[in-house]
Design a protein around this ligand. Structure first.
Ligand code: GLU
Length: 298
């Protein structure tokens, strides 16, 4: 078993992070497995080295040892480009220049009906579907800075349809999606419903050569993660990740979505919740055992 903690260095770790990290760490330790770390710093406009240092300090203080080396996403651009090339060559991506406002306008057109809520907000109406940027592999394509790359659920469906006869017992194809791989309760009536609910998600953002979804899938596979422990706020994102694993031929780990730690008003903790930052508790003389108790793990 190998589990991971994958924080973004964009603010202090708070109680919710501690809970997630402790769960992943303890799960691996109990099974005699490994716990690894990944710094999710693809958004270089928000990531800061001070936050990264603080992550190491906090985890060490919590007593959560991790295996080296630590993976840093900012150093993984070639791996993401290779994954994008694979998808591009199978005709599964298209360039999109829609702004948020364009999407809102398209979705409010009367023929669109009620927008479907996807993991990243309203499902994209497909305005740019069918666009191409020449025959170059996409990582070599001179992508203008206002273009991002979306996954085309139309061609994805055809692609999965073809893959269903592969010698892995059909789990590679559509049948797998219908039974809902993300969670026992996540059952769809058809693979089409699954794909519709995910929608044409962005896999390479205009301001970076990847996206959260693509990076997390490529890196979980590269780090050999067998069990992903993450908050239930990422439950719907897991659907995208499982689909990407199918498309890229990567293994699907076991997913454990845990409850979220909330404040006394019931709101989930956010990065800006400095009052519940681990560093603040440390400064106030709280012990790691107290932290475990506070998140219900003692
Ligand atoms: N880096 C992300 C976060 O801090 C998510 C980790 C994951 O994909 O499980 O929320």
């Amino acid at each position: 078993m190998r589990t991971r903690f994958a924080p973004s260095p964009t603010g202090p770790l708070h109680l919710g992070h501690a809970y997630s990290a402790i769960l992943a760490h303890d799960m691996a330790r109990r099974a005699g497995g490994e716990f690894v770390l990944r710094i999710e710093d693809i958004d270089q406009s928000r990531a800061r080295s001070e936050w990264e240092e603080m992550i190491y300090d906090d985890l060490e203080w919590l007593g959560l040892g991790w295996s080296k080396p630590v993976m840093r996403q900012s150093e993984r651009t070639p791996a993401y480009a290779a994954a994008l090339d694979t998808l591009w060559e199978s005709d599964l991506l298209y360039p999109c220049s829609c702004t948020r406002r364009d999407i809102e306008a398209a979705l409010s057109a009367p023929q669109e009906g009620v927008p479907v809520e996807g993991p990243d907000g309203p499902v994209y109406p497909g305005t740019c579907r069918g666009r191409h940027c020449g025959d170059l592999p996409c990582s070599m394509c001179e992508r203008p800075t206002d273009i991002h790359l979306r996954l085309d659920m139309g061609t994805t469906r055809g692609y999965l349809d073809k893959r269903i006869d592969k010698p892995d017992g059909g789990t590679f194809g559509l049948a797998f999606l219908e039974t809902g791989p993300a969670h026992r309760g996540d059952v769809f009536t058809s693979a089409d419903e699954y794909l519709t609910r995910v929608g044409d998600v962005v896999l390479a953002r205009r301001d970076m050569s990847t996206s959260y979804h693509l990076s997390v899938v490529v890196d979980d596979a590269a780090q050999g993660i067998t069990h992903v422990v993450r908050g239930e706020d990422l439950f719907e994102a897991t659907r995208i990740h499982v689909l990407l694993q199918r498309l890229l031929g990567l293994p699907t780990p076991v997913y454990h979505h845990h409850r979220l730690i909330r404040d006394e008003t019931g709101k989930r903790l956010a990065k800006r919740d400095d009052a519940r930052a681990i560093a603040k508790f440390r400064a106030d003389g709280v012990t790691p055992a107290d932290i475990r108790r506070m998140v219900g793990l003692a």
